[in-house]
Write a protein that binds this ligand. Structure first.
Ligand code: SAM
Length: 278
């Protein structure tokens, strides 16, 4: 019997399906068309042409996707645990790996986009907060052949499955830090001078998101990139995204509905917030 952590997407007042659908329609109406028409920022124009609207193919993608399919069909029951005040507490609830995977893994469309973002901007290091079964981590690591990706997971049983993913798919440039983000983040920060790219995909609520944002900012320079997952998932996440966009240290944001990308580049004299169809 494995143990998993009951934190992440399952809690904290998620919007119902109809509200998310309406928000998505609103996003489509407000968003630029995704082809770059009417976008005057050369930086964002290149992002659209070279990162957003290209495709990622290859045998390595097929390998990861075949492995994702296995995880999505894995009927093994694993025991849930709760994260409370930095401790991992066991409960008696169990859930199938397939069910957890369906509710937590980022889709191929977004995993490949994250791969292209890393490949294009070449950050000095990559951090993923929220490993789950490690599928997206492999996409991040594929774009960092000469560098390491650090990924953090609080549920020991999930972390164990993720390590199996990395070894099965042959990724040796991933370091998994097991434990609560609150403990792992300071440990990781002791090993780097500045953060290159951070993908925040766990603990989707206002207070922790803002806390991680501020901690990441303290370790940033103008080349740092932050990516927040599920920015329209709940009222709390929308509140956090609004504050992040308004923060004076942030110079440019791109809202793709399911993720929000934050740039800190100083050459952007006026803050710009884009909503782009993807
Ligand atoms: C949405 S899933 C990550 C999905 C993954 N990034 C992907 O794209 O496939 C979030 C994960 O973060 C972990 N998590 C949530 N809050 C955490 C915390 N405070 N400390 C450590 N891990 C946490 C959960 O156990 C869960 O596995």
């Amino acid at each position: 019997m494995l143990l998993i952590l009951n934190v992440g997407k399952g809690s904290k007042m998620k919007y119902n399906k109809l509200t998310i659908l309406l928000k998505y329609v609103l996003y489509l109406i407000k968003a630029s068309n995704g082809r770059g028409h009417g976008i005057h920022s050369p930086f964002v124009f290149s992002f659209i042409k070279k990162v957003l609207n290209t495709t990622t193919k290859g045998d390595w993608v097929n390998n990861i996707e075949n492995y994702r399919a296995e995880v999505l069909n894995n009927k093994q029951e694993i025991k849930m645990v709760d994260l409370g005040a930095g401790a991992i507490l066991q409960t008696n609830k169990t859930k199938k790996i397939s069910v957890i995977a369906r509710g937590s893994l980022k889709s191929k469309k977004y995993s490949t986009l994250l791969n292209r973002i890393v490949a294009y901007y070449r950050p000095s290091n990559v951090l993923e907060m929220g490993t789950s079964f490690g599928i997206t981590t492999c996409y991040l690591a594929q774009a960092m052949p000469g560098g390491a990706v650090v990924t953090m997971e609080g549920a020991p049983a999930i972390a164990k499955e993720a390590l199996h993913t990395f070894s099965t798919l042959g990724f040796s440039n991933i370091q998994l830090l097991e434990g609560n983000f609150d403990n792992s983040l300071p440990l990781y920060f002791n090993t780097i001078s500045t953060i290159g790219l951070a993908y925040v995909d766990g603990n989707h609520s206002y207070e922790p998101t803002m806390r991680y944002f501020n901690l990441l900012l303290n370790k940033s320079n103008q080349d740092s990139i932050f990516i927040f997952d599920d920015i329209h998932w709940s009222r709390e996440m929308e509140m956090a995204w609004k504050e992040i966009k308004e923060d004076q240290r942030v110079s440019l944001t791109i809202d793709l509905f399911y993720i929000g990308i934050v740039f800190l580049k100083k050459e952007n004299k006026e803050k710009e917030n884009f909503i782009i169809r993807f």
